[in-house]
Design a protein around this ligand. Structure first.
Ligand SMILES: [Zn+2]
Length: 181
């Protein structure tokens, strides 16, 4: 299966959604996740020693040739890009403890774009307030940029599941997901 190939060549990660929110897994982490959360038969790829959970949504690296769509500019995708890491204090937070920060404040012409929006914890966000990072004595961990990855969605997504992933995906006017693996 192509998706698994990409995963194990380190060219893709899995996004998995459950009650705790969305998590991103690399291949080794996905194996241990599959071991601790054994999949139902229909959701598994079996080999003699392991039943691996079939991923529903993959993040793809920039270099693969699978057709891809633009990643949607959304709160969740910004958190994903930044690894749920506050770009000022460098700590990892849960989604509900995070905010989006305009690096250059909107008041002085800062755009709402991949290049000017970063993940910030509530505390850093209010400390920085309406200032440039240097005015607030804060430093960005990384220069924000548009992610190079894209999303690929398994063809077996049900309507309910598609709803869960809507936040991550560009949706065409007909309401269909743009591309299915
Ligand atoms: Zn912070």
């Amino acid at each position: 299966m192509r998706a698994m190939n990409l995963l194990f060549r380190g060219r893709a990660s899995v996004i998995y959604s459950d009650v705790k929110g969305h998590q991103v897994y690399a291949s080794a982490e996905w194996i241990s996740h599959s071991l601790s959360n054994p999949p139902a038969d229909l959701e598994a790829i079996r080999s003699p020693c392991i039943a691996l959970r079939i991923p529903r949504v993959l993040l793809l690296g920039a270099y693969d040739r699978v057709p891809r769509r633009e990643i949607r500019f959304s709160r969740r995708n910004i958190y994903l890009r930044d690894g749920h890491l506050c770009q000022y204090c460098g700590r990892v937070y849960r989604e509900e403890e995070l905010n989006l920060d305009h690096v250059v404040p909107r008041d002085v012409g800062g755009k709402t774009s991949w290049e000017n929006i970063v993940t910030a914890c509530v505390r850093c966000n209010s400390r920085k307030a309406n200032r440039l990072p240097e005015q607030a004595g804060m430093t960005l961990r990384r220069v924000p940029a548009k992610p190079k990855w894209r999303l690929v969605v398994a063809s077996s997504l049900s309507t309910d599941e598609a709803e869960v992933w809507k936040e991550f995906l560009e949706v065409t006017p007909s309401g269909q997901l743009p591309w299915r693996a």
